[in-house]
Design a protein around this ligand. Structure first.
Ligand code: SF4
Length: 444
């Protein structure tokens, strides 16, 4: 946990010698806490204090990277318990279990379906991240065969799971360029797992029934040079598992418990797709950094990805679309013009209804700092002045042969002033976007 300015001050020499460029040690401590200056500006800090200060500047939850290149998955490095305190940085990796008990055809079919789990929502691509290749057969040859097939069949990041150290070691030689996460699935081969991870510079999964047991294992692995670890809490009772997830995050963030300062992995246990979805969503909202599912039905994966997208959106920065003129359908100079805000959900809701109406339409998204219509109006970000300015600058005047603009019904109050400022005739549209198809069909 980061130290406060006063905590840092207690570790400084307190001589106020000014050699750091600050008038007092306290002023330097405050600047250091805000990361405005580096510790090496004070030449008098003791080795012991330096160690304490440098250690406190490490992230409380270690950043772990699985994969390489553009599709690599970064996990951890989180700093808060609740997203409204700041934001969550690295979205939960969503993956699927693939077992070597499948035939080659079944395996390729499953991998192909997993690869296709990609969707567009509010202008962003949301997709799955991982396949977890498990040596369920206990047969080394089958596991290696599956790994070879998977390397060719998917570009997703990989988790290798086997309680057979030889199988895991050989699989790593095939796939180590993809930087997989490795997992033993059994405590008996933990020492071998550490050796394989060290030899191949790979992240590994540390498992245990209790947080205390896990903390002992992470310390042991760390003492052998392993830096990147992911924690797997073995607990059958779901409510207890969620409690332990919260406790692990709280211990790392609030008590600076370094042995628990690593990302968490969860495997769903429910068989019914609806129950599995509920379980997976609970993991995403309770600090799991990786969730591995069994079912790959698009209808259940999409809502899970939506929940992840919402939770990992910066609460201070709503998802926005570019403020500009959008053409929906084959627009002409006679097509209607609708003004709305650049809040992504607002824009895509309006655009969806316009598309459904089959009436080609221009939509002008005004820069309202990503707020919805009523919020932006209340915050004076969606005003007559703003809409008039957008109409003037966005180029719409050269695209249509009329000067009529439709504004949302909720801001009908802006009509008079907008007409006065812009010279456009203002038509008040429906309050809800769902009213647009009927409104547009009657538009002249
Ligand atoms: S150089 Fe160090 S001892 Fe001197 S004022 Fe700055 S913080 Fe204090």
């Amino acid at each position: 946990m980061a130290l406060s300015g006063l905590d840092i001050y207690k570790l400084l020499p307190k001589t106020n010698c000014k050699e750091c460029g600050y008038a007092t040690c306290l002023a330097f401590a405050m600047a250091l806490a805000q990361k405005k200056v580096s510790l090496d500006k004070c030449p008098h800090v003791t080795a012991q204090a330096r160690l304490a200060l440098e250690s406190s500047s490490q992230p409380p939850i270690k950043l772990v990277t699985i994969g390489t290149g553009e599709s690599k998955l970064e996990l951890g490095n989180e700093t808060v318990m609740f997203r409204h305190e700041q934001k969550f940085y690295h979205p939960t990796g969503i993956g699927f279990l693939v077992e070597d008990t499948l035939s080659q055809d079944e395996l390729k079919n499953r991998l192909s379906k997993i690869n296709d789990l990609k969707f567009e929502r509010v202008g962003q691509i949301i997709k799955v991240d991982l396949v977890a290749l498990k040596n369920s057969s206990q047969d080394k040859a089958k596991f290696i065969s599956m790994v070879k097939t998977a390397v060719e069949a998917t570009k997703l990041n990989i988790i290798l799971i086997s309680s057979n150290a030889d199988a895991l070691k050989e699989a790593c030689t095939i796939v180590k360029d993809r930087r997989p996460l490795i997992m033993a699935g059994s405590k008996d081969v933990f020492d071998s797992l550490v050796t394989i991870a060290k030899e191949n510079n790979l992240p590994l999964v540390v498992e245990g029934q209790s947080l205390e047991e896990i903390a002992v294992s992470t310390e042991k692995a760390k003492s052998q040079g392993i830096e990147e670890m992911v924690l797997y809490i073995k607990e059958d009772v779901l409510s207890k598992k969620f409690q332990k997830f919260t406790l692990a995050r709280r211990s790392a963030l609030k008590k600076n418990t370094r042995p628990l300062g690593y990302p968490l992995i969860a495997f769903t246990t429910q068989e019914e797709p609806e129950r599995e979805l509920e379980e997976a969503i609970s993991y995403v909202t309770r600090y799991a950094n990786i969730v591995i599912l069994k079912n790959i039905d698009k209808d259940f994966v999409f809502p899970l990805l939506v929940v992840r997208q919402d939770i990992y959106t910066d609460p201070q920065k709503p998802v926005q679309v570019e403020p500009k003129v959008y053409e929906i359908g084959h627009v002409t100079k006679e097509s209607p013009v609708i003004a709305t805000t650049n809040f992504s959900i607002t824009y895509f809701t309006v655009a969806g209804e316009v598309e459904g109406s089959k009436v080609p339409t221009y939509i002008i998204s005004c820069d309202a700092e990503g707020m919805s219509v009523l919020t932006a109006w209340a915050a004076e970000k969606f005003t007559a002045e703003k809409i008039a300015d957008t109409l003037k600058k966005c180029g719409i005047e050269g695209m249509v042969s009329h000067k009529k603009v439709v504004i949302p019904g909720y801001v009908a109050v802006l009509s008079g002033k907008l007409e006065e400022l812009s010279g456009w005739t203002v038509e008040v549209g429906p309050r809800e976007a769902s009213g647009l198809p009927a409104f547009l069909k009657g538009w002249k």
